[in-house]
Design a protein around this ligand. Structure first.
Ligand code: 13P
Length: 281
Protein backbone atom coordinates (compact mmCIF):
# COMPACT_ATOMS: atom_id res chain seq x y z
CA UNK A 1 0.00 0.00 0.00
CA UNK A 2 1.41 3.38 -1.07
CA UNK A 3 1.04 5.95 1.74
CA UNK A 4 2.59 9.20 2.95
CA UNK A 5 4.91 8.96 5.96
CA UNK A 6 2.76 10.79 8.52
CA UNK A 7 1.24 7.82 10.33
CA UNK A 8 4.28 5.53 10.12
CA UNK A 9 6.65 8.19 11.47
CA UNK A 10 4.35 9.48 14.22
CA UNK A 11 4.06 5.88 15.45
CA UNK A 12 7.85 5.50 15.30
CA UNK A 13 8.31 8.76 17.25
CA UNK A 14 5.87 7.62 19.90
CA UNK A 15 7.26 4.10 20.25
CA UNK A 16 10.93 5.10 19.83
CA UNK A 17 12.11 3.14 16.80
CA UNK A 18 13.15 4.28 13.32
CA UNK A 19 11.69 3.59 9.88
CA UNK A 20 14.34 2.95 7.22
CA UNK A 21 14.53 5.35 4.29
CA UNK A 22 16.34 3.28 1.64
CA UNK A 23 17.39 4.96 -1.58
CA UNK A 24 16.47 3.17 -4.80
CA UNK A 25 18.53 3.15 -7.97
CA UNK A 26 16.77 0.81 -10.35
CA UNK A 27 14.05 -1.80 -10.72
CA UNK A 28 16.03 -4.56 -9.06
CA UNK A 29 16.87 -2.55 -5.91
CA UNK A 30 13.26 -1.51 -5.57
CA UNK A 31 12.13 -5.12 -5.91
CA UNK A 32 14.67 -6.41 -3.37
CA UNK A 33 13.74 -3.72 -0.83
CA UNK A 34 10.01 -4.29 -1.22
CA UNK A 35 10.35 -8.08 -1.03
CA UNK A 36 12.60 -8.02 2.03
CA UNK A 37 10.60 -5.42 3.98
CA UNK A 38 7.40 -7.27 3.16
CA UNK A 39 8.95 -10.54 4.37
CA UNK A 40 10.02 -8.80 7.59
CA UNK A 41 6.64 -7.01 7.80
CA UNK A 42 8.08 -3.53 8.39
CA UNK A 43 7.12 -0.20 6.80
CA UNK A 44 9.62 1.34 4.39
CA UNK A 45 10.32 4.70 2.77
CA UNK A 46 11.73 4.47 -0.76
CA UNK A 47 14.00 7.50 -1.24
CA UNK A 48 14.49 8.81 -4.77
CA UNK A 49 17.12 11.49 -5.35
CA UNK A 50 16.72 13.83 -8.32
CA UNK A 51 19.69 12.09 -9.94
CA UNK A 52 18.20 8.63 -9.41
CA UNK A 53 14.83 9.76 -10.76
CA UNK A 54 16.55 11.07 -13.89
CA UNK A 55 18.56 7.86 -14.22
CA UNK A 56 15.38 5.76 -14.08
CA UNK A 57 13.64 7.91 -16.72
CA UNK A 58 11.74 10.41 -14.55
CA UNK A 59 9.21 10.61 -11.72
CA UNK A 60 6.38 9.02 -13.74
CA UNK A 61 8.56 6.03 -14.61
CA UNK A 62 9.56 5.56 -10.95
CA UNK A 63 6.01 5.96 -9.67
CA UNK A 64 4.65 3.50 -12.25
CA UNK A 65 7.38 1.00 -11.45
CA UNK A 66 6.80 1.16 -7.69
CA UNK A 67 3.01 0.91 -8.02
CA UNK A 68 3.40 -2.03 -10.42
CA UNK A 69 5.78 -3.86 -8.10
CA UNK A 70 3.51 -3.36 -5.09
CA UNK A 71 0.65 -4.91 -7.06
CA UNK A 72 2.51 -7.72 -8.82
CA UNK A 73 4.49 -8.78 -5.74
CA UNK A 74 1.45 -8.55 -3.43
CA UNK A 75 3.22 -6.13 -1.09
CA UNK A 76 1.01 -5.52 1.96
CA UNK A 77 3.27 -3.29 4.12
CA UNK A 78 2.95 0.52 4.11
CA UNK A 79 5.33 1.91 1.46
CA UNK A 80 6.11 5.61 1.16
CA UNK A 81 7.49 6.90 -2.17
CA UNK A 82 9.57 9.93 -1.25
CA UNK A 83 11.70 12.50 -3.11
CA UNK A 84 15.09 12.72 -1.40
CA UNK A 85 16.63 16.23 -1.38
CA UNK A 86 14.24 17.85 -3.84
CA UNK A 87 16.21 20.99 -4.66
CA UNK A 88 13.35 23.09 -6.08
CA UNK A 89 9.60 23.54 -5.73
CA UNK A 90 9.31 22.51 -9.37
CA UNK A 91 10.98 19.14 -8.80
CA UNK A 92 8.67 18.43 -5.85
CA UNK A 93 5.56 19.38 -7.84
CA UNK A 94 6.61 17.13 -10.74
CA UNK A 95 7.03 14.19 -8.34
CA UNK A 96 3.71 14.86 -6.56
CA UNK A 97 1.89 15.08 -9.90
CA UNK A 98 3.50 11.78 -10.90
CA UNK A 99 2.08 10.04 -7.81
CA UNK A 100 4.83 10.35 -5.17
CA UNK A 101 3.31 10.26 -1.69
CA UNK A 102 6.02 12.31 -0.01
CA UNK A 103 8.74 14.88 -0.75
CA UNK A 104 11.74 16.39 0.91
CA UNK A 105 12.20 20.01 -0.09
CA UNK A 106 15.83 20.77 0.62
CA UNK A 107 16.14 24.55 0.53
CA UNK A 108 18.84 24.45 3.20
CA UNK A 109 21.42 26.08 0.93
CA UNK A 110 19.38 29.29 1.19
CA UNK A 111 19.11 31.51 4.26
CA UNK A 112 16.34 30.64 6.74
CA UNK A 113 13.86 33.20 5.37
CA UNK A 114 14.17 31.85 1.80
CA UNK A 115 14.16 28.24 3.10
CA UNK A 116 10.85 28.98 4.85
CA UNK A 117 9.34 30.65 1.76
CA UNK A 118 10.19 27.75 -0.60
CA UNK A 119 9.27 25.08 1.96
CA UNK A 120 5.89 26.70 2.66
CA UNK A 121 5.02 26.79 -1.05
CA UNK A 122 5.78 23.07 -1.31
CA UNK A 123 3.79 22.30 1.88
CA UNK A 124 0.73 24.14 0.53
CA UNK A 125 0.82 22.19 -2.74
CA UNK A 126 1.61 18.85 -1.08
CA UNK A 127 -0.92 18.99 1.76
CA UNK A 128 -3.79 19.74 -0.61
CA UNK A 129 -2.95 16.41 -2.24
CA UNK A 130 -2.33 14.32 0.90
CA UNK A 131 1.44 14.29 0.40
CA UNK A 132 3.86 14.58 3.35
CA UNK A 133 6.79 17.01 3.44
CA UNK A 134 10.25 16.85 5.04
CA UNK A 135 12.53 19.88 5.22
CA UNK A 136 16.11 20.52 6.32
CA UNK A 137 17.53 23.06 8.74
CA UNK A 138 21.23 23.81 8.97
CA UNK A 139 23.06 22.03 6.17
CA UNK A 140 24.05 18.37 6.07
CA UNK A 141 27.54 17.86 4.71
CA UNK A 142 28.67 15.61 1.88
CA UNK A 143 28.14 15.41 -1.84
CA UNK A 144 24.55 15.30 -2.97
CA UNK A 145 23.65 14.68 -6.57
CA UNK A 146 24.10 18.26 -7.65
CA UNK A 147 25.32 20.09 -4.62
CA UNK A 148 28.73 20.01 -3.02
CA UNK A 149 28.18 21.48 0.38
CA UNK A 150 29.84 22.45 3.59
CA UNK A 151 28.01 21.53 6.77
CA UNK A 152 26.27 23.91 9.19
CA UNK A 153 24.57 22.59 12.32
CA UNK A 154 20.93 23.35 13.10
CA UNK A 155 19.76 25.31 16.14
CA UNK A 156 16.55 24.77 18.11
CA UNK A 157 15.46 28.31 17.35
CA UNK A 158 15.80 27.85 13.57
CA UNK A 159 13.99 24.47 13.71
CA UNK A 160 11.07 26.03 15.61
CA UNK A 161 10.92 29.01 13.26
CA UNK A 162 10.87 26.76 10.19
CA UNK A 163 8.26 24.44 11.68
CA UNK A 164 5.96 27.20 12.93
CA UNK A 165 6.04 29.04 9.61
CA UNK A 166 5.57 26.09 7.27
CA UNK A 167 3.66 23.22 8.93
CA UNK A 168 6.11 20.56 7.65
CA UNK A 169 5.53 16.92 8.64
CA UNK A 170 9.12 15.95 9.49
CA UNK A 171 12.42 17.73 9.90
CA UNK A 172 16.04 16.83 9.17
CA UNK A 173 18.17 19.02 11.44
CA UNK A 174 21.84 18.96 10.41
CA UNK A 175 23.65 17.81 13.56
CA UNK A 176 26.97 16.44 12.38
CA UNK A 177 26.01 13.56 10.07
CA UNK A 178 27.31 13.56 6.48
CA UNK A 179 26.37 11.77 3.26
CA UNK A 180 28.71 9.01 2.13
CA UNK A 181 31.45 7.33 4.16
CA UNK A 182 32.75 9.13 7.25
CA UNK A 183 36.36 10.12 7.63
CA UNK A 184 36.88 9.07 11.26
CA UNK A 185 34.13 8.83 13.91
CA UNK A 186 30.88 10.67 13.19
CA UNK A 187 30.42 13.49 15.66
CA UNK A 188 26.68 13.85 16.27
CA UNK A 189 25.22 16.53 18.54
CA UNK A 190 22.89 14.31 20.59
CA UNK A 191 22.10 17.05 23.14
CA UNK A 192 20.62 19.37 20.51
CA UNK A 193 18.90 16.40 18.84
CA UNK A 194 17.14 15.57 22.11
CA UNK A 195 16.19 19.19 22.78
CA UNK A 196 14.78 19.65 19.26
CA UNK A 197 12.78 16.44 19.62
CA UNK A 198 11.32 17.54 22.95
CA UNK A 199 10.25 20.89 21.53
CA UNK A 200 8.89 19.81 18.16
CA UNK A 201 5.71 17.72 17.72
CA UNK A 202 6.90 16.21 14.40
CA UNK A 203 9.33 13.30 13.76
CA UNK A 204 13.04 13.95 13.21
CA UNK A 205 15.13 12.53 10.38
CA UNK A 206 18.78 11.49 10.38
CA UNK A 207 20.51 11.73 7.01
CA UNK A 208 23.84 10.08 6.25
CA UNK A 209 23.01 6.81 8.03
CA UNK A 210 25.89 4.93 6.35
CA UNK A 211 28.87 4.30 8.62
CA UNK A 212 27.33 5.54 11.89
CA UNK A 213 28.27 2.93 14.52
CA UNK A 214 25.38 0.86 15.92
CA UNK A 215 25.58 2.42 19.41
CA UNK A 216 25.27 5.93 17.93
CA UNK A 217 22.31 4.86 15.78
CA UNK A 218 20.61 3.55 18.94
CA UNK A 219 21.43 6.74 20.81
CA UNK A 220 20.03 8.86 17.96
CA UNK A 221 16.78 6.85 18.08
CA UNK A 222 16.60 7.31 21.85
CA UNK A 223 17.08 11.08 21.27
CA UNK A 224 14.03 11.14 18.99
CA UNK A 225 15.15 10.16 15.48
CA UNK A 226 12.26 8.37 13.70
CA UNK A 227 13.55 8.05 10.12
CA UNK A 228 17.09 7.15 9.11
CA UNK A 229 18.33 7.57 5.53
CA UNK A 230 20.62 4.92 4.08
CA UNK A 231 22.06 5.01 0.59
CA UNK A 232 25.84 4.43 0.35
CA UNK A 233 25.69 1.39 2.64
CA UNK A 234 23.47 -0.64 0.28
CA UNK A 235 25.42 0.57 -2.76
CA UNK A 236 28.60 -0.61 -1.10
CA UNK A 237 27.40 -4.12 -0.15
CA UNK A 238 25.78 -4.57 -3.57
CA UNK A 239 28.86 -3.54 -5.55
CA UNK A 240 31.17 -5.74 -3.44
CA UNK A 241 28.98 -8.78 -4.13
CA UNK A 242 28.68 -8.02 -7.87
CA UNK A 243 32.44 -7.44 -8.20
CA UNK A 244 33.14 -10.79 -6.55
CA UNK A 245 30.60 -12.56 -8.77
CA UNK A 246 32.14 -11.07 -11.93
CA UNK A 247 35.65 -12.03 -10.87
CA UNK A 248 34.51 -15.61 -10.22
CA UNK A 249 32.33 -15.86 -13.35
CA UNK A 250 34.33 -14.31 -16.15
CA UNK A 251 32.12 -15.74 -18.93
CA UNK A 252 28.77 -14.51 -17.68
CA UNK A 253 27.01 -11.91 -19.83
CA UNK A 254 23.34 -12.11 -18.78
CA UNK A 255 22.59 -8.75 -17.09
CA UNK A 256 19.95 -10.39 -14.92
CA UNK A 257 22.59 -12.68 -13.44
CA UNK A 258 25.10 -9.85 -13.02
CA UNK A 259 22.74 -7.35 -11.37
CA UNK A 260 21.00 -10.14 -9.45
CA UNK A 261 24.27 -11.33 -7.92
CA UNK A 262 23.92 -8.44 -5.45
CA UNK A 263 20.44 -9.45 -4.27
CA UNK A 264 21.43 -11.52 -1.23
CA UNK A 265 23.89 -8.86 -0.05
CA UNK A 266 21.22 -6.12 -0.18
CA UNK A 267 18.58 -8.27 1.50
CA UNK A 268 20.93 -9.44 4.27
CA UNK A 269 21.94 -5.85 5.00
CA UNK A 270 18.32 -4.67 5.08
CA UNK A 271 17.53 -7.27 7.75
CA UNK A 272 20.48 -6.03 9.86
CA UNK A 273 19.37 -2.40 9.45
CA UNK A 274 15.75 -3.09 10.36
CA UNK A 275 16.81 -5.10 13.42
CA UNK A 276 19.13 -2.29 14.55
CA UNK A 277 16.42 0.35 14.04
CA UNK A 278 13.83 -1.76 15.92
CA UNK A 279 11.37 -1.08 13.07
CA UNK A 280 7.81 -2.33 13.61
CA UNK A 281 4.57 -2.33 11.69
P1 13P B 1 24.26 7.86 3.06
O1 13P B 1 24.56 7.71 1.60
O2 13P B 1 25.41 8.38 3.83
O3 13P B 1 23.71 6.62 3.64
O4 13P B 1 23.14 9.00 3.21
C1 13P B 1 21.90 8.80 2.62
C2 13P B 1 21.04 9.98 2.79
O5 13P B 1 21.10 10.69 3.77
C3 13P B 1 20.08 10.26 1.72
O6 13P B 1 19.32 11.40 1.96
Amino acid sequence: MLVNFKEMLMKAKKEKYAVPHLNINDLEWTKYILEKCNELQVPVILGVSEGAAKYMGGYNAVSGMVKGLIKDLNITIPVCLHVDHGSTKDACIKAIDAGFTSVMIDASRHDLEENIKITKEVVDYAHERGVSVEAEVGHIGGTEDNITSSATNATLEDCLTLYNNTGIDSLAPALGSVHGFYKGEPNLDFETMKTINENLPIPLVLHGGTGIPDDKIKKAISCGISKININTDLQSVWSKAVRKYLEENKDVYDPRKIIGSGETAIKTRIEEIVTLFGTKL
